[in-house]
Write a protein that binds this ligand. Structure first.
Ligand code: CTP
Ligand code: MG
Length: 205
């Protein structure tokens, strides 16, 4: 099947203190790791960056487009640049540079096997407490990662109503689609704070 990826890299990194996806990690930038992983399993890659960065040379991508004010708006901008004949579309946070190729492959395989929407997820290991009081039963909780994979028409439908969510599976689910979970990878950390970048550095070494 024709598999495309959208790598979203248009965030401002407010919790990090700057656009973390352009920080150095090993011998390249955070977003270069994400693009390289996408490239290794997908036929095409659309990179979504902040408006002022459109026009900067980005290796190994088929299109660079300007993102929006929210993650969901950025995904929609990327989606508009994915060719109409794409059959499977993966959406990935540039801020997850360590997602292994095997995980990308597993997500693609699960969509190609007939699932409409596929998310990698790992069990929650911390005890979770509500700010309003009370501990949540963590046995029912999963921490969801990217890349998330979709049948192309499912992802387009999920975004048709211009909804907002912190990921795409939640929009697909809201649009009535069944979300399938595959095993995530505990090492697939999302860089949110400067400590996370240090952790990713340590993992690479
Ligand atoms: N993202 C995006 N467009 C936005 C917001 C986020 O493309 N308007 C991307 C980020 O660049 C990141 C991914 O979505 O790769 C996940 O978002 P997050 O980790 O929250 O990054 P930021 O929004 O940049 O960080 P913060 O929430 O701390 O501001
Ligand atoms: Mg954010």
């Amino acid at each position: 099947m024709s598999v495309w990826a959208i790598v979203v890299a248009a965030g401002s990194g407010s919790r990090f203190g700057g656009p973390k996806q352009y920080e150095r990690l090993g011998d390249r930038r955070v977003l270069d790791w994400s693009v390289a992983a996408a490239r290794s399993v997908c036929k095409g890659v659309v990179l979504v960056v902040a408006g002022e960065r459109v026009g900067e040379a980005e290796p190994d991508v088929d299109a660079v487009v300007a993102g929006g004010a929210t993650r969901s708006a950025s995904v929609r901008a990327g989606l508009a640049a994915v060719p109409a004949d794409a059959e499977v579309i993966l959406v990935h946070d540039a801020a997850r540079p360590l997602a292994p190729t095997a995980l990308w492959r597993a997500v693609v395989d699960a969509v190609e096997a007939g699932n409409d929407a596929v998310v990698p997820a790992v069990p929650v290991t911390d005890t979770i407490r509500r700010q309003s009081g009370g501990t949540v039963d963590r046995s029912d909780l999963l921490a969801v990662q990217t890349p998330q994979g979709f049948r192309a028409d499912v992802l387009r439908r999920a975004h048709a109503s211009e909804g907002e969510g912190t990921d795409d599976a939640s929009l697909a689910e809201a649009a009535g689609c069944v979300v399938t979970v595959v095993d995530g990878e505990p090492t697939n950390l999302k860089i949110t704070t400067t400590d996370d970048l240090a952790m990713a550095e340590a993992r690479l070494r």
